[in-house]
Design a protein around this ligand. Sequence first.
Ligand SMILES: CC(C)(COP(=O)(O)OP(=O)(O)OC[C@H]1O[C@@H](n2cnc3c(N)ncnc32)[C@H](O)[C@@H]1OP(=O)(O)O)[C@@H](O)C(=O)NCCC(=O)NCCS
Length: 144
Amino acid sequence: MPESRIAVCRVEKKDRPYIEEKLKKYILDATNIDWQQFFVLKNSGKTVAFGRVVDHGRYFELASLGVDYYHRGKGLGLRMLNFLIEQARQLDCNKPIYGVTHRPSFLEKAGFEEVRACPEDLEYKRNYICKLDASKIKIMKYYA
Ligand SMILES: CC(C)(COP(=O)(O)OP(=O)(O)OC[C@H]1O[C@@H](n2cnc3c(N)ncnc32)[C@H](O)[C@@H]1OP(=O)(O)O)[C@@H](O)C(=O)NCCC(=O)NCCS
């Protein structure tokens, strides 16, 4: 995919319905939506991926990451994930970065590893907020 066609930017108002629809469809985290947290990846001006950086105070969480079904397998998900990591690091490079996911091997591609000890809020999210079976959901931490 030519580099010049791809751009990652903050979400615009017109992107919101698309993201809301996909969060439902892909069963992603749609809790406490704050649009300031979201970024979108555009391919030739068309929004095809999205994700957010949630600042929990003591740590960051990368969440609600999705790639349009028809654009998967082209490296865009990893591109979005690396962008979110960079955003979090620019905000505070000393804060740990976590992800709660049913796709651990995808996060591993960017340098995340599963952790047993994690912030209580994330454990709560895994057990009570995520809609999938908690045993399938891993809490991952980014190791630079
Ligand atoms: C998971 C998701 C974001 C991946 O996006 P994508 O654009 O297809 O991923 P990429 O093409 O960037 O793949 C990057 C790497 O991750 C791997 N990967 C992609 N999807 C994966 C999955 N579902 N499970 C495990 N590994 C996966 C790829 O094999 C690739 O590895 P490689 O570089 O060694 O070939 C996308 O399938 C999606 O939106 N799924 C629904 C929403 C979801 O599950 N979000 C949770 C993300 S934590």
